[in-house]
Write a protein that binds this ligand. Sequence first.
Ligand code: ADP
Ligand code: MG
Ligand code: MG
Length: 510
Amino acid sequence: MATYPEYPPDQSDEEQKYLLTSLKDWSIAHGLAVRPTTTYVSAEIDPSGALATTAPVTLFPSLFPRVCFEQAKSVAQDYNELYSAIASDEEWLKQTVEELVDIDDFIAQLWKVHLAVKQQGYVQPLNLGLFRSDYMVHTDPANAQSRPCVKQVEFNTIASSFGGLSTQVSALHKYLFTVGAYPEAPLSVISDAALPESTSVPGLAMGMAKAHEAYGPSKDGLATCVLFLVQDPERNVFDQRHVEYVLNKNYGVKTFRLPFGKVLNDTKLDADRKLVYSPPHAPSKQFEVTLVYFRAGYSPAEYQNQRDWDGRLQIERSAAIKCPSILTQLAGTKKVQQVLATPHSPHLKRFLPDEARAAELLKTFAPIYPMDKSEAGEEARKLAQDPETAVRYVLKPQREGGGNNVYRKAIPRFLKDTPETHWPAHILMEMIEPPAQSNVIFRNGELQKGGVICELGIYGACLWRDEDGKGKREILENFEAGYLLRTKGCGSEEGGVAAGFGSVDSACLI
Ligand code: ADP
Ligand code: MG
Ligand code: MG
């Protein structure tokens, strides 16, 4: 990747003021916003929760190699196909999950919910995946002149966030360019053609609309709706609202937001296991739920008691289409990614027999190892315990949402403090080292300038029908659904925007 040492440029006070005023006004006017943290705006100042602030964003679009951007987009449909195939292959997933159930209670509980529903029989063969495959740019350290490529950080099958804000931030950067908020020289690298628009809002909304349509009208003559299953409170609410509003406006789909802990309060199953929702503001009304879109339920902390698990079971048992089902959620565990990506793994071709397409996916895998007692696992244990080699790795448990990993030199200590029987609940992954660049992050009213690291997410939508629960399926929809760039200061190992580490960004292709 060519480097642009003068990117982004130093700006005069007046130039920066113009840029920031333009950015702040555009962000609020277009809902590139979040609810503030209570440390930023205290509950005393905003007791009714009426205030919003600009989402953490970069002032400039970060530089991203065009070949890498195209590479990541080109494999989106194959990743959709791969993960829908895994989610439909219960027997294969079972083997993988069984390695975790004794040592990971959360995974064990999810599996139990699946088994309970399986025993009664699933009544909905349709599945919706709204996925996000995350990548970083990799250059061969031994050959600085070699073409950069993307390596996959992880594949998300549940609650893939920022699809709402990513469309807005790509539009923001384009707007700032258009109104001359970016100095022309040395920023000639920014041009209209270099700034790809992110189509994640229409893409994700279309995925949901296709699922809603495939479910069809209520046979009982009820009005239908899509439920957004959400955390409460949710600071990142506008990200979700953007998709909801397009679903309402472009497809006439009614949507409701249901807090994760309220499933049993506000929904019930009828005799055919149709999921019926009565909104608390109009309890006499009944809506048949066509699709439950999870923006919650991926973290153990959200399941506070048995009632929360019963709520999850109720949804899984229901005839509503799930985005995702439990099996689809489990297909997105880091363990599955590791099983696919362990060097010389035979598993990829089971799900993607086409060799040419599998080879393209394989190019995006970074080496990942199990932490079990297999040959590869023993090798990984050695690497992870030795402080000299551990610095090249990240250790990940089967968790989502950021803040769960152990990085580099912290790994040996962590392993010393963790009973060896629990090591196999983790995977060991080589750190991807993207090229250095600089940017300015605007977060909570403050500017942070310095070295940054970018992570590209490509959204994918996939609607499929399970034919037999043994891997046979029919894919009804499969498309790429926009992109996200997240950028963090290079001092931070984690990149989560909502978790407080990063910012949303867009790509300036070079
Ligand atoms: P989560 O599901 O919690 O988002 P991730 O696997 O995405 O877990 O890890 C969280 C963050 O850690 C990523 O966004 C990225 O910034 C960093 N990270 C994870 N794996 C790697 C890796 N192999 N190389 C470099 N950074 C990584
Ligand atoms: Mg992640
Ligand atoms: Mg994740």
